[in-house]
Design a protein around this ligand. Structure first.
Ligand SMILES: C[S@@+](CC[C@H](N)C(=O)[O-])C[C@H]1O[C@@H](n2cnc3c(N)ncnc32)[C@H](O)[C@@H]1O
Length: 270
């Protein structure tokens, strides 16, 4: 199925100024900490390595990585307004030297030569609304041999659950038959993935799938409680440690992974 880039760009440019507010609130901040925890396991230790943050938007991950000392980050995104917000945030934190914000399409990374990056990641489920096969081909080309590529995908079963809750017969049928999900909230369509779809996609790309993980494993519980209660649950460092340790177990638990909001694939270029 052909996905429309125009609508993706138009919509992300439209809500660019609100985008970071989706990541406020203690639970959403915790999700960012989880994302960084997953990345940190596979990131090379040398801080000068070249990192591709594919579809990096407003730099929600590029900026904390630069704060950790990484100094060669390339945040590529189609939506110019998302990038400008990222640039302004980086400037305010004196991190502009460490992150380049580049307007570009992750399915056509011709501005980078082969084997340019030591590490590539694509978080925020952009692979669900672009041609994932072409993006993987490009990630494979621009990442060095033995380099890790860490990707996340929208989880088919979570969206199915949401449609069932609304008894949305039309969208349930489309998702079940074609893996296509068209949310009421977005103008663009997306492809949702089961673990076996991700494995097939990666197999086809010639990359090696090292493992899959669940991301945002506890979303279904936290999304049902109010902000005050979340703040009480995340009161101090011990609370955060408890939930982080729990997430570390759940994200690796094969039975639990399909209950997570997103699925992460840890991939290697051999
Ligand atoms: C949900 S946002 C995630 C942004 C960022 N990765 C994060 O975690 O905050 C998805 C981003 O993917 C970008 N995107 C979608 N398709 C793309 C493509 N083909 N090339 C580059 N960026 C793309 C959108 O413009 C948007 O900024």
């Amino acid at each position: 199925m052909k996905l429309s880039h125009e609508k993706v760009v138009e919509e992300h440019n439209k809500f660019a100024y609100e985008y970071d507010s989706y990541y406020t609130g203690r639970y959403n901040e915790f999700v960012r900490e989880i994302e960084l925890d997953i990345l940190s396991e596979y990131l090379p230790k040398y801080k000068t390595v070249k990192i591709l943050d594919a579809a990096g938007g407003t730099g929600g991950l590029a900026i904390p990585l630069a704060e950790k000392g990484y100094s060669n980050i390339f945040c590529v995104d189609l939506a110019e307004k998302m990038l400008r917000i990222g640039e302004t945030k980086a400037l305010k934190k004196s991190l502009s030297q460490k992150i380049k914000f580049i307007e570009g399409d992750i399915t056509k990374l011709s501005q980078f030569h082969n084997n340019y990056f030591d590490f590539t990641f694509c978080f925020g489920t952009a692979l669900s609304y672009c041609d994932a096969e072409s993006a993987l081909e490009e990630f494979k080309r621009v990442t060095k041999n033995k380099g890790f590529i860490v990707l996340d995908f929208k989880n088919f079963y979570r969206n199915l659950g949401m449609l069932i809750q609304n008894k949305d017969e039309f969208r349930v049928k489309k998702l079940m038959q074609k893996g296509i999900y068209s949310s009421k909230y977005h103008a663009f369509k997306e492809i949702d993935f089961r673990i076996e779809d991700i494995a097939a996609l990666i197999r086809k790309s010639g990359l090696k799938l090292i493992k899959v993980l669940g991301k945002n494993t506890m979303y279904q519980y936290f999304s049902k409680i109010d902000e005050k209660k979340v703040n009480r649950l995340f009161k101090d460092k011990d609370d955060v440690d408890f939930f982080m340790q729990l997430d570390k177990k759940l994200r690796e638990d094969a039975s639990f992974i399909p209950l997570s909001l997103e699925i992460v694939a840890i991939v290697k270029k051999m």
